[in-house]
Design a protein around this ligand. Structure first.
Ligand SMILES: [Zn+2]
Ligand SMILES: [Zn+2]
Length: 144
């Protein structure tokens, strides 16, 4: 993000007073191009580490041991053990194959450990034992 802001600023400075509407449009295109390139690079990088991880490890979720084949491989994700997506050692030491659900779990646990247990304390309130269908039944009965 900081890089993008610096880039915009540089473009404006270089063109100075000579900047025309046409040039602005071109710069905007150029900026879009850079954003697109950055996105594509990220996608390529993701694909490459995913591909490498899928070659290195058996297609099994590291948490629930669910097995995967070509047909459901999209549900198998590559998790970064240290949660740094830029850390991709080729020996695969930072990767772990997890199914979508366990991957979600892993990240919510990580967020909780980072930002305190406010989320889990909410879910531990007595309302957890409350039966939502009790109200519904009363509501249906009252309509009769
Ligand atoms: Zn799993
Ligand atoms: Zn992950």
């Amino acid at each position: 993000m900081i890089f993008m802001i610096n880039y915009c600023w540089n473009v404006v400075q270089i063109n100075g007073n000579k900047m025309t509407i046409k040039k602005t449009a071109l710069n905007k295109d150029k900026l879009n191009q850079i954003v697109t390139d950055a996105r594509r690079n990220q996608e390529l990088r993701e694909q490459s580490y995913r591909g490498q991880a899928l070659k290195l490890y058996p297609w099994i979720c590291g948490r629930c041991a669910r097995e995967f084949t070509h047909t459901n491989l999209t549900e198998l994700t590559v998790h970064h053990k240290n949660h740094n997506h830029d850390d991709n050692p080729s020996d695969g030491s930072n990767w772990e194959l997890l199914c979508l659900y366990c991957h979600d779990n892993e990240h919510s646990r990580y967020e909780e450990s980072r930002f305190g247990s406010s989320k889990s304390s909410v879910s531990n309130t007595p309302t957890a034992s409350h039966n939502p269908f009790a109200d519904l039944k009363n509501l249906l009965n009252s309509k009769k």
